[in-house]
Design a binder for this molecule. Sequence first.
Ligand SMILES: N[C@@H](CCC[C@H](N)C(=O)O)C(=O)O
Length: 276
Amino acid sequence: MMLSFAKMHGLGNDFMVVDGVTQPIFLNESQIIKLGDRHRGVGFDQLLLIEPPQQPDLDFQYRIFNADGSEVEQCGNGARCIARFVRNVGLTWKHKIRVGTMKGVLNLQIMRNGLVSVDMGEPRLEPGDIPLRYAQKELFYHVNLDGIDYQFGSVSMGNPHCVLTVDNVDETDVDKIGRQLTEHHLFPEGTNVGFMQKVSDSEIRLRVYERGVGETQACGTGACASAVIGRLQHQMENKIRVYLPGGHLHIDWGGVGETLKMMGPAELVYQGFIEL
Ligand SMILES: N[C@@H](CCC[C@H](N)C(=O)O)C(=O)O
């Protein structure tokens, strides 16, 4: 079978985007891993699959698979690419699009300046919602790795995030600490691990070790998580600019009980076909 797809990226976090509305398709884990191979396949951090909506008030269903084949709940950079993709291929002409994901509904809006704004919903801070094995909600959680104590904040943006504040992201061993935390028993479903450096009350530098992938050039939900933790732990402002290796995102969060908005670019690289 020939599968039509688009290669897209959001700040270098790259995706294979598949229209599962006009070409109904089931991809198993080993097919996804093969497609994700950067030498023998298309290569991507995540594969995004668009399917018909499961509720009448939605435009589409949006499914996300990490490069290791695991299906996950949320992807912020991917959500912006989905908004562009469904318009590019003519699945909709709307500028405001509602998509269902494994964990709730996302409202996407293509702005006049070409950027895409996503209402990511309410950040979830209860350990049971993340999920995080801790008896109660804390501002700072603690973990010991190889005899060193680390403190972190944790939040679910639909998917689990653990955020550590560091002095300098360039001097942090993202790979080693990220790998240890993503597989740590404190996180029964694994976690994405963000390393944030506070630059000012409204700016963060961030590197993210993603669950199921490794370090990526950018992580949208990671940027949202760092802004939430930055506001709660470091009293940062509502509007925060997050600088990632691949570029920056604008995050706007009023505080607990409010939904969070993320705005940034989404780019088409090419469209193609691949034999399954
Ligand atoms: N790149 C993403 C997050 C993708 C999912 C993540 N790796 C997970 O396992 O939760 C983003 O832009 O949010």
